[in-house]
Design a protein around this ligand. Sequence first.
Ligand SMILES: [Zn+2]
Length: 195
Amino acid sequence: MDDHSPSPTTVASTSDQPSTTITPPLSRYESQKRRDWNTFLQYLKNHKPPLTLSRCSGAHVIEFLKYLDQFGKTKVHLTSCSFFGFPNPPGPCTCPLRQAWGSLDALIGRLRAAYEENGGSSDSNPFGARAVRIYLREVKDSQGKARGVPYEKKKKRKRVVGGSSTKTSVAVVDDGGGSGGGGSSSEYVPVTSTV
Ligand SMILES: [Zn+2]
């Protein structure tokens, strides 16, 4: 991709953005980030009582994350469930579906960046709030236990190195640990429903 060294002054302005930086064509991450951001703004808009970005706190961000759980696809066993702690339960159960920790973690990362790209200061970034970090850690912890998935660094599990499949949602073996910045877009459903 870096076959041309861009010189800051001669930016071929392809985008309609104020050209502060060189804007490469939207990567998957970028477009995902944009989508997430819009989803969040939408969420604020529908929030009751009304909420503006400037008044948004870490608590609101957590609220947003909890709200997203209803779109989750990751089974998180309750402690009362006999499958608690089993990564691959031998049977069905009635435990709730949630957003996998890895998805939330990646999502927060994108929103945090988007917030600052949209003029927010890093000091007031609600996505970087301590409460949010703590919440994520708790989710990680409890999901790890409930699903028997230790989120450890040493995960060098087999990756799907199938050349044929592009980014179609191939059996996203919902391991909560996101594959780095990418995040599984299959998990997270935007809330653009104006029903
Ligand atoms: Zn269960």
